[in-house]
Ligand binder design. Structure first.
Ligand code: HEC
Length: 98
């Protein structure tokens, strides 16, 4: 249960802080669920993002934004991606796969 509340907290904090934050803090939001190095299965459901190819990550993130990608918990990622532009997504993936 506590994991769920933590996730809700991350979403709320992410929403409030999203107005004018730099890339670093945008990525910090992801780490709350995906791990410091994107080494975790977010909420026990996602693939391990650091093991995905750059192309696969971009495809997934743009797909979440468009509502065309994802599994049982895709609503969570759709909410995350709505706050980001396509440019933000590419910049974030550059940081993940550097
Ligand atoms: C509140 C927790 C949470 C946050 C914050 C979050 N994610 Fe996720 N992420 C998830 C979950 C849960 C899934 C699996 C969703 C599904 O069922 O499709 C996921 C899926 C993904 C996937 C696709 C993996 C796959 O299984 O194909 C990528 C890539 C990803 N997230 C990257 C990010 C990035 C980058 C950020 C920050 C901009 C971020 N996530 C923020 C929880 C989160």
């Amino acid at each position: 249960m506590s994991k769920i509340w933590m996730a809700v907290g991350v979403i709320l904090v992410g929403t409030v802080a999203s107005a004018n934050i730099d890339m670093k803090s945008k990525i910090a939001v992801c780490k709350g669920c995906h791990g410091q190095k994107f080494e975790k299965k977010a909420m026990g459901k996602s693939n391990v993002v650091k093991d995905m190819s750059k192309e696969a990550i971009i495809k997934a993130l743009k797909g979440y934004k468009a509502g065309t990608y994802g599994g049982a918990m895709k609503k969570i990622m759709e909410g995350q991606m709505k706050k980001l532009s396509a440019k933000d997504i590419e910049a974030i993936v550059d940081k993940i796969k550097k």
